[in-house]
Design a protein around this ligand. Structure first.
Ligand SMILES: Cc1cc2nc3c(=O)[nH]c(=O)nc-3n(C[C@H](O)[C@H](O)[C@H](O)COP(=O)(O)OP(=O)(O)OC[C@H]3O[C@@H](n4cnc5c(N)ncnc54)[C@H](O)[C@@H]3O)c2cc1C
Length: 398
C-alpha cells in the first residue's frame, strides 16, 4: 500500500489537496470492482457486502491504522480518513467495515500487551474481524451513562446480563467491544463512572449466553439487537482498568467522528459529481437542465459546503494525529460534513427529478444511507450541546 502523493482532481473538477493520493488511487481501484449493480443487489437482499470487505482487507486498507509492529501499516488517522472518503466517493459503502478502524483504537491505547499481541496481528492480517461496538441500549439512547447492561466479577470471570440495540455488523464480526456497567450508577461520583470496556470473543459467546437478532432498518447496515443472558467471559477480556471504560471510549469517539465526517465528505462528492453529470446530459426545454441557474446553483452550493467540511475534517484529523485535544474539531467536522452530505443528497435527488427515485440510478439508496449520519453515531443536537457547553461555556442543557 503506497503512502504519499500530491493531490487529486474530483470528477466534479475541484482539487482536494491531500498527501494520500496513492492511497486514494489504490482504494479507487479496489472500489472499481464493486459497481452500482453490486450495491443495489446487496441492498435488495439486505445482505452484507462480504466480497467488498474481503477485497479491502486483502489490500490492507482495514489495517491501515494498526501499528507496523502488529502487522498493520502504522498510518495516521488522516490516512484512514482518505480511505473512507474515497470509498464513499466511489459509490461504495464503508459502513460495512469502517468500525474496525476506530474500535481498534481502544484496544491499542488501553489494552495490555497480551491482548494486543493476541488480537492486533490477527486483525491486521484479516484472520479476525473486529467490527462490532455495543454501546447503545433501548432504555438509555444517547445518555450512555444510563446503560444498564451489567458485568459482574465472579472469580476470574465476569457475568454479563442485559441488552444492546443497534449493534451493527455483530453477525459479521469475530470480536466485539462491549460497554457495560461494573459498578452501580449511584456508586460513582459521575454518572459515567463504573462503566467498563470488554473485548468479547463472539465465537465463544454466541449460543453460550449471547444471542443476536437482526434488526430490519431503512438501510442495509447489518444492524442487530443483542441479548446477554448470564454470559460468562474471562476476566482477561477487560480492557484497561475497571470503571474507566467511558473515558476510554470517548477518545475512540473522536476518531469515530472524524472518520465518519470523511465518509460524509466522500458521500457529498459522489452526489455532487452524479448531479453535475446528469445536469449536463439531461435536456429539457431544448437545453441541458444544468444551464438553468435554479439547477446549477444548488450543485455549486453543495460543492462549496463539501469543501468547507473537508477542511474542518482535515483540521480535526491533524489535531488528533498530533495528540492534541480534538473534541471540538471532531464534533464540528462530523456536524458540518453530515450536513454537507445530506444537503448534497437532497440536491442530487432534486436534480434527477423523477429518475432520482428509480433504483437503477443509485441516488435514492445513497440518499437513505447518508441520512444516517444526522443521527448516528451521534445526533446533531448532541454535537450542538457539546459545542455550546464545552466550547462556548453555556450552561449544560441536560
Ligand atoms: C443504522 C444504525 C446503526 C447504529 N450502529 C450502532 C452501533 O454499531 N453501536 C452502537 O452502540 N450504536 C449504534 N447506533 C445507535 C446510535 O448511536 C443511536 O441511535 C444514536 O446515538 C441516538 O440514540 P437514540 O437512537 O437512542 O436516540 P435518543 O437518545 O432517544 O434521541 C432521540 C432524539 O432526541 C434528541 N435528544 C435526546 N436527548 C437530547 C438532549 N438532551 N438535547 C437535545 N436533543 C436530544 C436526539 O438528538 C434525537 O434526535 C446505530 C444507530 C443506527 C440507526
Amino acid at each position: 500500500m503506497g503512502k504519499r502523493g500530491a493531490g487529486q482532481e474530483t470528477a466534479g473538477g475541484g482539487l482536494i489537496t491531500d498527501v494520500f493520493a496513492d492511497i486514494r488511487a489504490g482504494v479507487r481501484s479496489v472500489c472499481a470492482e464493486f459497481d452500482g449493480a453490486y450495491w443495489r443487489d446487496k441492498d435488495k437482499q439486505d445482505a452484507y457486502p462480504t466480497e467488498f470487505v474481503a477485497a479491502l482487507t486483502e489490500a490492507g486498507y482495514l489495517a491501515a491504522l494498526i501499528p507496523e509492529r502488529y502487522g498493520g501499516s502504522g498510518l495516521p488517522l488522516a490516512a484512514g480518513c482518505a480511505i473512507l472518503e474515497e470509498i464513499q466517493a466511489a459509490g461504495c459503502n464503508g459502513a460495512a467495515c469502517h468500525a474496525q478502524m476506530y474500535i481498534m483504537g481502544a484496544l491499542l491505547r488501553h489494552g495490555d500487551d497480551a491482548q494486543k499481541q493476541a488480537y492486533l496481528p490477527e486483525i491486521a492480517r484479516g484472520a479476525l474481524r473486529l467490527q462490532a461496538f455495543a454501546v447503545t441500549e433501548p432504555g438509555s439512547g444517547t445518555d450512555t451513562g444510563a446503560i444498564r447492561t451489567t458485568a459482574i466479577r465472579d472469580g476470574d470471570r465476569y457475568r454479563i446480563n442485559g441488552q444492546k440495540v443497534w449493534t451493527s455488523r455483530a453477525e459479521h464480526s469475530d470480536l466485539m467491544l462491549l460497554l457495560a456497567r461494573t459498578a452501580p450508577r449511584e456508586a460513582g461520583a459521575k454518572k459515567a463512572d463504573g462503566l467498563s470496556v470488554f473485548l468479547i470473543d463472539m465465537r465463544e459467546a454466541l449460543g453460550a449466553g449471547l444471542s443476536v437478532r437482526p434488526l430490519e432498518a431503512m438501510i442495509n447496515h447489518s444492524t442487530t439487537e443483542l441479548f446477554f443472558d448470564d454470559l460468562s467471559i474471562p476476566a482477561s477480556a477487560l480492557i484497561g482498568e475497571e470503571g474507566k471504560g467511558f473515558r476510554y471510549i470517548l477518545t475512540g469517539m473522536n476518531a469515530e467522528r472524524i472518520l465518519i465526517a470523511s465518509e460524509c465528505v466522500g458521500d457529498a462528492r459522489w452526489f455532487i459529481d452524479k448531479a453535475a453529470e446528469y445536469a449536463k446530459e439531461r435536456v429539457v426545454f431544448d437545453r441541458p437542465i444544468g444551464q438553468n441557474q435554479g439547477v446549477q446553483f444548488p450543485i455549486a452550493k453543495a460543492y462549496a459546503r463539501m469543501r468547507a467540511a473537508a477542511l474542518m475534517t482535515a483540521d480535526a484529523a491533524a489535531r488528533f494525529d498530533a495528540g492534541e485535544r480534538a473534541g471540538a474539531e471532531a464534533n464540528m467536522a462530523k456536524l458540518l460534513a453530515a450536513e454537507a452530505s445530506w444537503e448534497a443528497a437532497d440536491m442530487c435527488l432534486q436534480t434527477h427529478g423523477g429518475f432520482g427515485f428509480a433504483r437503477e440510478y443509485d441516488v435514492e439508496r445513497r440518499f437513505r444511507e447518508t441520512r444516517l449520519y444526522q443521527t448516528a453515531p451521534i445526533s446533531t443536537n448532541l454535537i450542538l450541546s457539546y459545542l455550546a457547553e464545552h466550547v462556548l461555556g453555556l450552561p449544560k442543557s441536560y
